[in-house]
Write a protein that binds this ligand. Structure first.
Ligand code: GUN
Length: 303
């Protein structure tokens, strides 16, 4: 019998680079035709080191795409009213087309209240209750960046997803729940597993598409994966191995050779998240400036 081919690596890094290149061209076109430049505001409250790294990466990539990047770093003990006042200013600022509040927030701040204070049309994270509701009911929404990135990789690999069994491990508002909604939108049969699920291993073995976002290093073992499945690993976990610090995913990558394809960690889903954030910022800009408005701005400039 022929040995099955080893799993292919899904190269999120190069897919994201291609996407960012297209987005940069789109920004160039917008700016040269209208004189306007899409802008993203990122708010970081506190000094969580991982959040600090993510926010710096978002700032760099937004600027690399020739968009305006406004980063607001606030102390950990910022009073709720102060944060709300900043969001109100950003909502009213025409230079700001997208707003993102980095999570997690310090415990004294009410995450839902903060997210819902963002103008839903500037909510490039897609976390506002209106965008979550629009996604759940199949209406046009700003879609959370990480699940959107996963979906782009899946569609690139598989074409249509209709009829496939998808298992999403993890039920967070940031990844698991919106991921399940997106997959239902693609006509998959979707099951969401979580820490109280009985026999997760058996459930995972039923998956044609397996998406894991739990933040537990190498939770998913090789024999939990169906031969030929496509595996998307959202986890980013720092572990100590052989005296060295390493980043691993939620899937035991070295045991997944019988999958059809799998995203590596790092270099899989991670780069897609920021690319989709930039894409959402341009989408938000275009919704705030429909073609007629853009034409009028361009015409006024030509006068
Ligand atoms: N923290 C971890 N992931 C995310 C994300 O996608 N958006 C925000 N705002 N915070 C996060």
């Amino acid at each position: 019998m022929n040995k099955p081919l080893p799993a292919q690596r899904i190269d999120g890094k190069s897919f994201a680079a291609g996407l960012v290149e297209q987005l940069a061209q789109e920004v160039k076109d917008i700016t040269s035709h209208t004189g306007l430049t899409p802008g993203l505001a990122v708010v970081l409250v506190g000094e969580d080191p991982a959040s600090g790294v993510y926010v710096s990466a978002k700032h760099r990539q937004t600027q690399a795409c020739a968009m305006h990047s406004f980063v607001h770093r606030l102390p950990a003990d910022t009073p709720p009213a102060e944060l709300m006042a900043l969001l109100a200013r950003l909502n009213a600022d025409a230079q700001v087309n997208g707003i993102l509040v980095q999570l997690p927030l310090p415990a004294h701040l009410d995450t839902h209240a903060v997210i819902n204070a963002i103008d839903p049309d500037k909510d490039v994270d897609g976390f506002h209750i209106l965008n979550a509701g629009r996604l759940a009911t199949g209406q046009e929404a700003l879609v959370p960046c990480t699940p959107l990135g996963c979906l782009l990789l899946l569609k690139d690999r598989l074409g249509t997803l209709a009829g496939l069994n998808a298992v999403v491990v993890g039920k967070s508002n940031i990844v698991g729940k919106p991921m399940a909604q997106l997959l239902m939108g693609e006509h998959c049969t979707v099951t969401v597993a979580h820490s109280r699920t009985r026999d997760v291993a058996a459930l995972c073995r039923s998956a044609d598409i397996l998406i894991v976002a739990v933040g537990r290093p190498e939770l998913i073992k090789g024999d939990w994966i169906k031969p030929g499945a496509v595996v998307i690993d959202v986890g980013i976990n720092r572990v100590e191995r052989d005296g060295r610090s390493r980043i691993v995913g939620d899937v035991a990558f070295d045991e997944a050779g019988h999958a059809q394809a799998i995203t590596p960690v790092p270099g899989g889903v991670g780069p897609m998240t920021i690319a989709c954030l930039l894409a959402n910022t341009i989408t938000a800009f275009k919704r705030q400036h429909p073609p007629v408005t853009l034409q009028a701005i361009a015409a006024a400039q030509g006068e």
